[in-house]
Unconditional design. Sequence first.
Length: 119
Amino acid sequence: MAADPDILLFSYGTLRQAEVQLSTFGRPLDGWLETVPGYRLDWITITDPDVIRASGSDRHPMLIASSEPGASVEGMVFRITAAELAASTPLSPCGYWSNLARAARSMMIGRKLRTRAIE
């Protein structure tokens, strides 16, 4: 029996694309719109050919903490399993996880589920 998706994954970038979801998780993800306050987007250049091939771009957004009034980043929240999260972590370009973990803590979804953020 497969595990129930119990992790909330915030995506503000390429993971919102169906082809990236399929290449990362092997399935399309269901989700809803959400906003993370206190962050803005910046851009980084990706050099991993597999990531570029999956996303179609070498430029990817990255969350940056911001003290600007009203700063926020819109994205999607998806439900995934712990196994899916573990499999996707190495696929994320380096430098993302520390900023993303801080952003996840700032999310106010109001659910009793573990929350992680990913591009």
